[in-house]
Ligand binder design. Structure first.
Ligand code: G3H
Ligand code: ZN
Length: 288
């Protein structure tokens, strides 16, 4: 099945694809092992900085190797690529999907740059999946203790979403619907489910919604968001936290240990636990 087939299926059967970020081999292994155990297709993503840390060729080679080893569909996404040069680089390298994120720009400029990215990507690879972002998703993928206030003007308007997808030609849309990047310890806001439904209705059945900032959301929020039309959920911070918390604990418990794969082993298990929990909540089990 192609990515589009899976996306279509998320709507017909009310589930969501999991998209998990990685910045080194062990996180990628944790994502793939969890997906293989639960028999589900999976998106793996790297932001510009995550990609730079691993290396562009290395991300491609690693994903290819994991596909061969585990025999499940693994799709590589260039997550939040924020300038045209960076988009070109990943398209030329052979990524399966891109998020051309020009959401910081004014509406018309965002449309122009996203459209340019989509046209370039599709001219190089007609099967590539393209995503644009509209609205302001605040925060970054870390634990955030400061108060993050979402302003009404941050949120994506359904009529603008319809115009955006029509003019840019994206396959996927990342809206701002009360979601925040990171685990926010000081925020009482919640996901605007009504808005997700309205945006989905406005963009139509062949364009799919991606919920960013999945870390810290609860099961009911995911359930309602998926029922309202979300086809993919991004998780990053919770994996980072599982990794580093476990590593700190291990280093404390085994101060004499110097073998990297021994100190890393508990971190892989901790990440797998988080990933498996999310895949079950997204109803993304047995979807191959
Ligand atoms: O693109 C990445 C995601 O939106 C991650 O968000 O760090 O809140 O899980 P998160
Ligand atoms: Zn994101």
């Amino acid at each position: 099945m192609t990515i589009k087939d899976y996306l279509k299926d998320t709507i017909s059967n009310c589930w969501a694809l999991g998209h998990f970020n990685f910045s080194e081999n062990d996180a990628l292994r944790a994502i793939v092992e969890s997906a293989a155990e639960l028999k589900t297709p999976i998106f793996v993503g790297v932001s510009e900085n995550e990609r730079k840390h691993i290396g562009i060729k290395e991300t491609i080679a690693l994903v290819r190797a994991f596909r061969e080893e585990f025999g499940i569909p693994i799709f590589l996404n260039a997550d939040h690529h924020k300038n045209f040069e960076a988009v070109k680089e990943v398209v030329d390298a052979g990524y399966d999907a891109i998020l051309a994120d020009f959401s910081k720009l004014p509406f018309e400029e965002n449309i122009k740059m996203t459209k340019q990215s989509v046209e370039y990507a599709k001219s190089k690879n007609p099967d590539i999946i393209t995503e644009g972002e509209l609205g302001y998703v605040r925060g970054e993928s870390k634990i955030q203790t400061e108060v993050i206030e979402i302003k009404p003007e941050d949120l994506t308007k359904p009529e603008e979403a319809a115009q955006f997808v029509k003019e840019t030609g994206v396959d996927l849309l990342a809206p701002a619907v009360g979601n925040i990047h990171g685990i926010v310890t000081n925020n009482s806001g919640t996901i605007d489910i009504q808005r997700i439904g309205d945006i989905k209705k406005a963009i139509g059945e062949n364009i799919y919604l991606v919920l960013h900032g999945g870390s810290g959301l609860n099961e009911l929020e995911f359930k309602n968001a998926i029922e309202a039309g979300v086809s993919m959920v991004h998780i990053n911070t919770e994996i980072r936290v599982a990794f580093t918390e476990s590593l700190r604990k291990t280093l404390q418990e085994m101060p004499e240990e110097t073998t990297p794969y021994k100190v890393m082993a508990p971190s892989i298990l901790a990440m797998k636990k988080v990933i498996a929990e999310k895949l079950k909540i997204f109803r993304s089990v047995n979807r191959l």
